[in-house]
Design a protein around this ligand. Structure first.
Ligand SMILES: [Zn+2]
Length: 166
């Protein structure tokens, strides 16, 4: 999971609020470029802004948090992989879910040498978040070891953000 530092909302954000279908491509492009190094915020798989590749994910789901539908800080970009990440999360959210814009995922999640994502010291928040997002899908494992997140594991090693500490 990516640690996301939100930047200033773009000028066209109010247009997205009024007509989000017309501006969602532009918003995904902005979020991916400015905040997410062009990867899914949950599985860190490289994605593009195209609707086949990614979608805007409300971290706190719309149905449970209607006041946050247009809250810029609640928006991230997730991959379109069925049964994983944003699609797996759906309306699931509670206080244990690791929030990439507020928490430091590296405090809760780590990778085994074979690329399996694991909860640090078997912590509950890590366990539940991995379950909700299906982050241990076998297809994901080969992608994971190269992208080490969080202060416990040092700087990120993935090429677009190599050397940056989160
Ligand atoms: Zn994903």
């Amino acid at each position: 999971m990516l640690k996301i530092k939100k930047v200033e909302k773009p000028d066209f954000f109010n247009k997205w609020i009024k007509n989000n279908k017309g501006y969602s491509l532009e918003l995904r492009k902005y979020l991916l470029a400015e905040e997410q190094w062009k990867v899914c915020c949950y599985c860190e798989k490289t994605v593009s802004e195209s609707p086949e590749s990614s979608h805007i994910d409300h971290i706190r789901p719309k149905d449970k948090f209607p006041d946050l539908i247009h809250d810029y800080d609640n928006l991230t970009v997730s991959c379109q992989t069925k049964k994983r990440c944003g699609h797996a999360k759906g309306n699931k959210f509670d206080e244990n879910f690791i929030v990439p814009t507020e928490d430091s995922p590296g405090d809760y999640l780590t990778y085994s040498p074979n690329g399996e994502i694991r909860p640090v010291e078997n912590n509950k928040r890590g366990r539940e978040t991995i379950d909700i997002l299906h982050l241990n899908a076998p297809k994901l494992r080969p992608l994971s070891p190269a992208h080490v997140v969080g202060p416990r594991r040092g700087p990120c090693l993935r090429r677009p953000c190599r050397g940056l500490n989160f």
